[in-house]
Design a protein around this ligand. Structure first.
Ligand SMILES: Nc1nc2c(ncn2[C@@H]2O[C@H](COP(=O)(O)OP(=O)(O)O)[C@@H](O)[C@H]2O)c(=O)[nH]1
Ligand SMILES: [Mg+2]
Length: 596
């Protein structure tokens, strides 16, 4: 396995000494292109690395400072957790210093230090103080600020020590995280095929791994980190992957763990305007994430006040998770104008269609309260599989409601009240059938999986032979009760199995320790049916009674019902009233009822 390392990107105005400083720290040439060396200008991303005094290794991604190459700068900084911000002592804060800082802030980069270079040319103190204040204000923390000279080497030891402190304070990325490697370079090597490089932010890649590129499977044939062959590497790391597969990789595409990301070109986001930028956003922008830059259309969903929710249509699908931040840039703006406009935080990677009038406003309201988590997703999608949640970047919270399915709690309780109604209606319409087929119930409730239906079946419902009925012996309901109560209820149910309509007397209830509270809990759990105060029967006893009464000559009296059910008036009267209420019988006159 490759030894651990850190990755730091440079940032700052053109010609402030970023590349010179990287060269001085590493002894390596970050400006690789002949044109770059001839013009003394960074055009492409540069890579160089060194070992710090502590023994920690750090790789630099050196970015261009020229305003024409902002896209390249963002591709370099995008996947990197920390930044070495460079300001020249003799020039101080400049337009691209500002633009880079706005970009870092918008991307949410939280760690960095400030190097005030060219300190041999001017007093570094004024530039240092000014720049440090700006960096602190931009959320880069309590940044260390150091005057240095790439020319004389002054201050470099102090800078190395400060880099050590910076990398020591970086949060350790999760080695088990799914892989998303944004490609920043891709080329072919004669004899070994395609090679891509990038910054692996987290997770682990091994030789032999199968990853995906735009949905196509690719195999990792060989792996290098900092020019050394390794068998595996864990983020953060600079990596070069030799790939096998029918692919043509490019900068801005990503290699991902199969199934762990949602490839999407439509996302709902919360827009946060960049420092100094004003809304409303133009309808066409460029979205940046990782090394990708993709044209996108912006559709605001509600009034600005409602959390500035918007829907982005990307020109090509990107592998995204909830919580990802896209930087929105206006590619059309001219010199001196702010081009970094906003941060778009992803809140849904599979947003619902907005067809009805007013749907967009409603969606904006929902998004205003949403966070990038499973609970918010379920409020919109109602039911999602484990795998879908994982691919959206939201580990499920709480237990699944059925094999691998998670449900919005309100939706689930709504379904569990609807199912008994649906079953009752079916039974009424099909009196000769032994119950409602599970598949029909699935269809009625609009559920995607039959296992969801069976998970909704609770006493007094039962399921047998693929059908749901309201009759039948019930024991499952007691599972939800405290053990002593469950035992007592089971004893009652045993009594009732012998004589289903002889509700237990007060003495029997007291002997079993079933007071008002215990009985109420058992009724709530569906383990008992409450007919009236102090009168309880087994779940389903009402349907059974109705079936028996239906065989009587119609209409019938209380006393005929009482003897048909083999019980006393104490039970028969409230039970008949209960049947009236539930629509199984109805009163004909003062003394007669009939079955329905
Ligand atoms: N005197 C002096 N010149 C420097 C220093 N650092 C960079 N330079 C010069 O400033 C120019 C721009 O440097 P470069 O590293 O290419 O800047 P970058 O665009 O930020 O990468 C080059 O001519 C460097 O030789 C320094 O510390 N002292
Ligand atoms: Mg440079």
């Amino acid at each position: 396995m490759a030894p651990p390392m850190h990755v730091v990107a440079t940032a700052g105005h053109v010609d402030h000494g970023k590349s010179t400083l990287v060269r001085a720290l590493t002894g390596m040439e970050p400006d690789r292109l002949a044109e770059e060396r001839r013009r003394g200008l960074t055009i492409e991303l540069g890579y160089a690395w060194t070992t710090l005094p502590s023994g920690e290794r750090v790789a630099f991604v050196d970015v261009p400072g020229h305003e024409r190459f902002l896209g390249t700068m963002l591709a370099g900084v995008g996947p990197v957790p920390a930044v070495m911000f460079v300001v020249a002592a003799d020039e101080g804060w400049m337009p691209q210093s500002e633009e880079h800082l706005v970009a870092l802030r918008t991307l949410g980069v939280r760690h960095g230090l400030l190097a005030v270079t060219r300190a041999d040319l001017a007093d570094p103190a004024p530039a240092l103080e000014d720049a440090r204040d700006r960096l602190v204000e931009a959320g880069l923390g309590d940044v260390e600020a150091l005057p240095v000279s790439g020319r004389t080497g002054e201050g470099l030891d102090g800078l190395r020590a400060a880099l050590d402190r910076l990398v020591a304070a970086l949060p350790a990325p999760d080695p088990l995280a799914p892989v998303r490697l944004w490609i920043d370079r891709a080329f072919s090597v004669r004899g070994s095929g395609t090679v891509v490089t990038g910054t692996l932010p987290a997770g682990r890649v091994e030789v032999g791994d199968e990853l995906e590129l735009d949905g196509e499977p690719v195999r990792v044939r060989a792996l290098e980190s900092l020019k050394e062959h390794v068998a595996s590497v864990t983020g953060v790391a600079r990596v070069a992957l030799n790939l096998r597969g029918r692919i043509a990789p490019q900068r801005g595409h990503a290699l991902v763990t199969p199934g762990a990301w949602t490839a999407t070109s439509l996302v709902d986001v919360r827009v946060t305007m960049a420092e100094g930028a004003r809304g409303p956003l133009p309808a066409r922008l460029t979205a940046h994430i990782g090394s990708a830059s993709v044209p996108c259309e912006v559709r605001p969903l509600g009034a600005e006040a409602e959390g500035a929710a918007a829907r982005l249509r990307l020109a090509r699908p990107l592998p995204l998770h909830l919580g990802d931040a896209l930087l929105l840039r206006d590619p059309g703006r001219g010199q001196g104008e702010l081009r970094v406009l906003a941060r778009a935080t992803v809140l849904d990677v599979r947003p619902p269609e907005l067809r009805r009038r007013g749907a967009a406003r409603e969606r904006a309201k929902a998004l205003a309260d949403a966070s990038a988590d499973a609970a918010s997703l379920l409020r919109t999608h109602l039911l999602l599989r484990d795998g879908e949640l994982a691919a959206m970047g939201c580990p499920p919270e709480g237990r699944p409601v059925a094999a691998g399915w998670h449900a919005d709690p309100d939706h689930w309780s709504d379904l569990s009240t609807r199912l008994p109604e649906v079953v009752r209606r079916y039974a009424a319409a099909h009196p000769l059938e032994p119950g409602m087929p599970v598949e029909v119930a699935r269809h009625e409730l609009g559920l995607p999986d039959r296992r969801l239906v069976t998970a909704l079946v609770r006493p007094p419902l039962t399921v047998a032979d693929g059908r749901i009925t309201t009759t039948g012996r019930v024991v499952a309901g007691t599972a939800a009760l405290p053990a002593p109560v469950a035992r007592a209820v089971r004893a009652l149910l045993d009594d009732l199995a012998e004589a289903p309509f002889q509700a237990p007397e007060a003495g029997r209830l007291a002997a079993l320790g079933l007071g008002t509270r215990e009985l109420a809990a058992a009724v709530r759990a569906g383990a008992l049916l409450r007919v009236a105060e102090g009168v309880v029967l087994a779940p389903g006893a009402d349907a059974r009674a109705a079936a028996l009464l239906a065989r009587l000559p119609q209409p019938f009296t209380v006393s005929q019902a009482r003897s048909a059910l083999g019980t006393s008036r104490r039970v028969a009267v409230p039970l008949l009233e209960h049947l009236d209420r539930t629509g199984l019988t109805e009163r004909v006159d003062e003394v007669h009822r009939r079955s329905l």
